[in-house]
Write a protein that binds this ligand. Structure first.
Ligand code: ZN
Length: 146
């Protein structure tokens, strides 16, 4: 049997059944349901070992947990130094990249403006042209023609 949403109405009873926490009425209803529902049967089989595992736990440890050992006093200072060094390194890299970008812009913008101010034939001569010697010769003839 499932709910309109498709979930088993006893889907949350499996662990309580295994641990013996259901009331007698709920237990009887769940035991009648088990043979008809593969999901609940599988869940109960997977939880069957849980009571035995819980019996192995030391109740004194659960009642009075052992506190964690204290952290070394130098740990905070070491972490702080590491974080500060990383931030400083990151700021240096960002500043260097920003400087490189500004330098590239400072070089590229005047060159582009200079090319835009020249007449078309001068623009041909100012561009580097092809690398292959035959293409380069053809290109330079074209560049010198008006
Ligand atoms: Zn079920």
């Amino acid at each position: 049997m499932t709910t309109p949403s498709g979930a088993c109405p006893h889907a949350h009873d499996d662990a309580a059944y295994v641990l013996g926490a259901l009331s007698p009425t709920e237990r009887l209803a769940f035991e009648r349901h088990l043979p008809t529902c593969e999901a609940c049967s599988t869940s109960v089989r997977s939880l069957a070992g849980m009571p035995g595992l819980l019996d192995l736990a030391d109740a004194r440890v659960l009642a009075d947990p052992v506190p964690d050992p204290p952290l070394p006093p130098a740990l905070l200072a070491s972490l702080t130094r590491t974080v500060v060094a990383r931030r400083r390194r990151r700021a240096t890299v960002v500043a260097a990249l920003a400087g490189a970008a500004a330098a590239a812009l400072a070089l590229a913008v005047p060159a582009a403006l200079d090319l835009a101010d020249r007449p078309p034939s001068a623009r041909w001569a100012a561009t580097p042209g092809p690398r292959h010697p035959r293409s380069r010769a053809r290109w330079s003839r074209r560049a010198t023609c008006p």
